[in-house]
Design a protein around this ligand. Structure first.
Ligand code: IMP
Length: 506
């Protein structure tokens, strides 16, 4: 006879935290959000810890090298999407590892033949006021000039004016050679009252731009996720089919951790993939697995040797798996049950396997709830898709800026390997995700800062200065559907319709 779970499965929205005693020492400034990323033995330190409990989803619309750099700067980690060729994915990973903080590859470049209209359009698209001019208009072409706000006046000039006629030409520019350190670049910027400094190679081709503001922000990022060589850390998604080729390429490119990206992880395919990695790399290559939604699934992947385990089926904002296939479980219930299984496993074996609640985080407080329920960190897609740093274009829809966001199981991503059941899949593919827009929300840093300030504040209300302490002390209550209404502003006429809108509310 089929098995029935006793309780209905619940979502984050059905829970609240009940405050506990907070001492005078329990203030947000004292909270540490450090959390393990990979498994470790009792009494030992994990090989990799996150400085903030956030990773970005293994998705085309979310995690490329730009996102990875921005999130590592803040103390989290991105898993670069695997639904692309092995070469392209490895190149993205390599770009993160090669990235020199403060040295920016320009993404808005001009050629001399372009016009003022092009300058205005590029500025609108990227928001940059400094645009290098290269002979061929590429990011690493021969440097011939620069255009900043000071080079043109829209009121006086024709939109057809050629860039070559109003740019600041190369001979009037101050540039730095390839081996310039960030410190020296910054000195040149200050000594010459510059806003930016191009770095060129021996052939006078553009390599990077250094901005004054970037140098300052670099100094104020104490949470940066850096490896032993002071390079940013980055993860990468893999699948259960081409791992024999993909894993070596990603390891060679410098990926710090891998994660099997699959909608359903309780399968031999994941076990075979982990076994292959252990056979070829031992424990040197860290690999997460998932997704599972119950204790059995957790135990299976734990025994298979996963370094961390992702939780969640069907809760993603772009996900239609539950509608299409009728599988899944409320994200809160899944997180609670898997966390319990993780604790039991730790008791039994002395090995702590971090879990990651993946998908369905809508409000900032859902992140705190997921941690309180036992998640060590969370994976977010929609949340990060809204920021400047996500790989998609910002588009103007009826006067509001939006970013595109599509599921890996959508027809657009065509990532059918994620839904691997082995064998020949011809004719078996159907969509498990949608293509959508999410409201543009600005920079990753501003949003992550705001979200985490709320998390820290709630942790203090619960008397917790660390995530393990929150997990131990949290008191969670289920809310009735009527009391959910009480939780928002109610029975008042709002003056401003968006006064307290959370960074993550639609
Ligand atoms: P979100 O943060 O609610 O947007 O959820 C992101 C998560 O949804 C990802 O990390 C994946 O686990 C999952 N996901 C991504 N693409 C799809 C899809 O097309 N169908 C179902 N789930 C998806």
């Amino acid at each position: 006879m089929a098995y029935y779970f006793d309780e209905p499965s619940r979502t984050f929205n059905e829970y609240l935290l009940v405050p506990g005693y907070s001492s005078a020492q329990c203030i947000p400034a004292e909270v540490s959000l450090k959390t393990p990323l990979v498994k470790f033995k009792r009494g030992e330190e994990p090989a990799i810890s996150l400085n903030i409990p956030m990773v970005s989803a293994i998705m085309q619309a979310v995690s490329d090298d730009g996102m990875a750099i921005a999130l590592a700067t803040e103390g989290g980690l991105s898993f670069v999407y695997g639904s692309q060729t092995i070469e392209d994915q490895a190149a993205m990973v390599a770009r993160v590892k090669d990235y020199k903080a403060g040295f920016v590859t320009s993404d808005a470049n001009l050629s001399p033949e372009m016009t003022l209209a092009d300058v205005v359009a590029l500025k609108e698209e990227h928001g940059h006021s400094t645009m290098p001019v290269t002979a061929d208009g590429s990011a690493h072409g021969k440097l011939v000039g620069v255009v900043t706000d000071r080079d043109y006046r829209l009121s006086r000039m024709s939109m057809d004016a050629k860039v070559a006629d109003f740019m600041t030409p190369r001979e009037k520019m101050i540039v730095a050679p390839a081996d310039t350190s960030l410190k020296v670049a910054n000195d040149i910027i200050w000594d010459n009252k510059l806003n930016s400094l191009p770095v060129v190679d021996d052939d006078d081709c553009l390599m990077y731009l250094v901005f004054r503001k970037d140098y300052d922000s670099h100094k104020s990022n104490p949470n940066e996720m850096l490896d032993a060589h002071k390079r940013y850390m980055v993860g990468a998604g893999i699948n259960t089919r081409d791992y024999a080729e993909r894993v070596p390429a990603l390891v060679e490119a410098g990926a710090d951790v891998l994660c099997i990206d699959s909608s359903e992880g309780y399968s031999d395919w994941q076990k075979f993939t982990i076994e292959w990695i252990r056979e070829h790399y031992g424990d040197d290559v860290k690999v997460g697995a998932g997704n599972v939604v119950d204790a059995e699934g957790f135990r299976f992947l734990a025994d298979a040797g996963a370094d961390f385990i992702k939780v969640g089926i069907g809760g993603g904002s772009i996900c239609i798996t539950r509608e299409q296939k009728g599988i899944g479980r409320g994200q809160a219930t899944a997180t609670i049950e898997v966390a319990k299984a993780r604790d039991e496993y730790f008791e039994e074996t002395g090995v702590y396997i971090p879990i990651c609640s993946d998908g369905g985080i809508v409000y900032d407080h859902h992140l705190t709830l997921a941690l309180a329920m036992g998640s060590d960190f969370v994976m977010l897609g929609r949340y990060f898709a809204r920021f400047d740093e996500s790989p998609t274009n910002k588009v103007n829809i009826n006067g509001s800026y939006m970013k595109e966001y599509w599921g890996e199981g959508s027809a657009r991503a065509r990532n059918w390997q994620r839904y691997d059941l082995g064998g020949d899949k011809k004719g078996m593919s159907f969509e498990e995700g949608v293509d959508s827009y999410v409201p543009y929300a600005g920079s990753l840093k501003d949003n992550v800062d705001l979200t985490l300030s709320k998390v820290k504040s709630t942790m203090c209300n619960c008397g917790a200065l660390t995530i393990p302490e929150l997990q131990e002390k949290a008191k969670l209550t289920i809310v009735s559907s009527t009391s959910i209404v009480e939780g928002g502003a109610h029975d008042v006429v709002l003056k401003d319709k968006t006064p307290y809108v959370s960074s993550s509310i639609h």
